[in-house]
Design a protein around this ligand. Structure first.
Ligand code: AMP
Length: 606
């Protein structure tokens, strides 16, 4: 790892937080944490270039929590996130870090959620607010959110907020916060507009960037599996089972808790596995490594630090069960295999949101990492059958079968069955508890799409897969339930709406709405899609044709919109203008007063 800091204690965090981190299984700070935490604790502003998976949430959350005065039941920190999913996830992370901070209260506020509930929660008081820009702005305007006690403001995934058309809202919020506060801005990329915001609103910020040092990796077969449709644990055992040259593996996870959990689960599935983490003393650590060397153990589940320097030639596989924080950690991890001239295999599990990290690793190592197709049930069965046959064949070659052949003949005679049937019964007996066929279904294949995905579950607890999305369950498109994880619309990689095939006018399950923003407000189609997707929780692909006119626009949305979402959309702003969404009685280009005189064709119909 790039981090030269081995413990959180070196960073200046309080005893209470250190205790919590140890309890939740964080062993060492990630590089971004090692860099950011001391700077933020010193009160400086930060401009951080970091992506998901680097541990940036804790990097800003931990110092921010040190500043909270529990006795003051007022928002002392505001974290802006581009989506409701991220708002919820960040709030969850803060709540987990507040384990030993009784009375700490963090509140996520986002579009699409009932105002009544939010107002009640705000009135009750919260120390930290995590919210999407539109809804935060709304509460500030209504004076239902008061930032007079604000000490810290965090802009998380600023480039995403820009991409989704929220940058004006973000600037509005920055303009309406008290002067005296610390600001941290995190962004995976640093486009010009974000730099401009940073220059305008950050005070002498320290710039933090995780260096993506180029590194060479030994000749190791590198593959990745995009986590979807199946629990990581099931995927892991499937993969390991069909790997031809499997001998022993080191599996990397992020927390020491996860090392123990995964070791227990693998033991329960019949693997000889053990955890290797920082809680083990030197003697215990050496014992685990010796057992791996001798073959008493086949799998060791380790954290980065605990696995430093392991040199066990029989390690045929390294599995990055949780993605590493940076390239250096990746290179270090996979260097545990392919030793002493043997071939090595490195398997990387990548959640949809971690794709950027995968690409960073590929760039830095200058090597492509090939996608891995998960073995199907049939593949696993075939492998098990092949192994079984090989074992039987070995016995067939052995001496001393006559005695048993005689027993088989007797059985055939006594039971009036064929030798084949007796053999089948014996095979069944031999495989009792070790079925050759696996139960369950193969997950439906899902195309790899870089422009989607919002799997923000803690990577260390990857077994808790997200529930299948509704399209996987074959249901009709619908409005997202509150709190359900959804995909985040990202527009940069997609063809513009106007280039996508035109859809017929709304029929049956689509309804056309009118909104009060148009070209004269400087609005683009993506701004409308971003705002609606976020505020009403409608996946962007279910947003139909958008007609962009001078003063207003039309948008088609699935029928059956719940009142809550409709209300949210009435108040939603695009470029600072309330859109006032309502059913459109007019016809595009003609039915509305503003457009009638122009009779223009929609600018960006699709
Ligand atoms: P983030 O990049 O903030 O989304 O964090 C990614 C994942 O890493 C989350 O599941 C965190 O719980 C986990 N994580 C962050 N920091 C650490 C750490 N120092 N040790 C172990 N896990 C961590």
């Amino acid at each position: 790892m790039t981090s030269t800091v081995d413990s959180f204690a070196e960073l200046g965090l309080s005893e209470s937080l250190l205790k919590t981190l140890s309890e939740i299984g964080y062993e060492t700070p990630s590089p971004i944490q090692a860099q950011c935490i001391p700077i933020l604790l010193d009160g400086h502003d930060i401009l951080g270039m970091a992506q998901t998976g680097t541990g940036k949430t804790a990097a800003f959350a931990l110092p921010l929590m040190e500043t909270i005065d529990i006795k003051v039941s007022k928002p002392q920190a505001l974290i802006l996130t581009p989506t409701r999913e991220l708002a919820i996830q960040v709030a969850e992370a803060l709540q987990s870090y507040a384990k030993n901070l009784p009375g700490f209260h963090v509140l996520p506020i986002y579009g699409g959620q009932s105002y009544t509930i939010q107002l009640k929660q705000l009135a009750r008081g919260a120390h930290v607010i995590v919210g999407t820009p539109g809804r935060v702005m709304d509460h500030l305007e209504r004076k239902t959110l008061n930032l007079d006690h604000l000490k810290t403001l965090v802009l998380d995934e600023a480039d995403e907020m820009l991409r989704m058309g929220f940058i004006d809202d973000v600037e509005w919020i920055l303009e309406h916060t008290p002067e005296q506060h610390q600001t941290a801005l995190f962004s995976a990329t640093m486009p010009e507009q974000i730099r401009r915001v940073a220059q305008k609103y950050l005070v002498e910020p320290r710039e933090i960037k995780i260096k993506a040092a180029t590194a060479t990796v030994a000749a190791i077969r590198q593959v990745y599996w995009q986590v979807s449709g199946m629990h990581k644990l099931d995927a892991l055992t499937r993969i390991l089972e069909v790997e031809d040259d499997f001998d022993a593996a080191i599996i990397f996870v992020r927390t020491k808790t996860a090392t123990v959990e995964l070791a227990d689960k693998l033991n329960a599935r019949g693997y000889a596995a053990a955890a290797l983490n920082g809680d083990l003393n030197q003697q215990m650590r050496e014992r685990v490594i010796d057992q791996l060397k001798s073959g008493a153990l086949d799998i060791v589940i380790a954290t980065d630090v605990a696995a430093r320097g392991i040199d066990v030639p029989r390690v045929s596989h390294v599995v990055n069960y949780d993605i590493p924080y940076d390239t250096e950690a990746y290179v270090h991890r996979i260097g545990r295999t392919g030793r002493a001239g043997r071939t090595g295999n490195a398997i990387l599990f990548v959640a949809p949101r971690e794709i950027r990290m995968l690409r960073t690793i590929e760039r830095a190592t200058r090597q492509p990492i090939a996608p891995l197709t998960l073995p199907s049930r049939a593949d696993v069965t075939n492998k098990r059958v092949a192994d079984f046959k090989a074992k039987v064949a070995e016995v067939l070659d052995a001496e001393g079968l006559d005695f048993f052949a005689n027993i088989v003949s007797q059985l055939c005679e006594e039971k009036d069955v064929s030798a084949e049937e007796v053999a089948a019964a014996l095979a069944m007996m031999a495989q009792e508890g070790k079925p050759l066929q696996i139960a369950g279904e193969d997950p439906a294949p899902r195309p790899f799409r870089e422009d989607r995905g919002d799997d923000r579950r803690p990577a260390s607890f990857g077994d808790r897969e997200r529930k299948p999305r509704f399209e996987d369950r074959g249901e009709r498109p619908r409005f997202e339930d509150r709190g359900e994880r959804s995909e985040r619309p990202r527009f940069e990689d997609r063809p513009p709406r106007s280039e996508r095939p035109a859809r017929p006018a709304p029929a049956g399950d689509m309804v056309r709405y009118r909104i009060d923003v148009g070209r004269e407000h400087g609005v683009e189609v993506r701004d409308i899609v971003g705002a609606i997707a976020n505020e009403a929780g409608i996946e962007s692909r279910f947003i139909g044709r958008i007609g962009l006119y001078e003063e207003s626009s039309t948008v088609e949305l699935p029928a059956g919109m719940p009142a809550e979402a409709a209300n949210a959309l009435k108040r939603t702003r695009v470029r600072g203008v309330p859109i006032n969404l309502r059913p459109d009685e007019g016809r595009p280009g003609g039915g509305f007063s503003g457009e009638r005189k122009f009779k223009k064709k929609p600018f960006a119909d699709r």
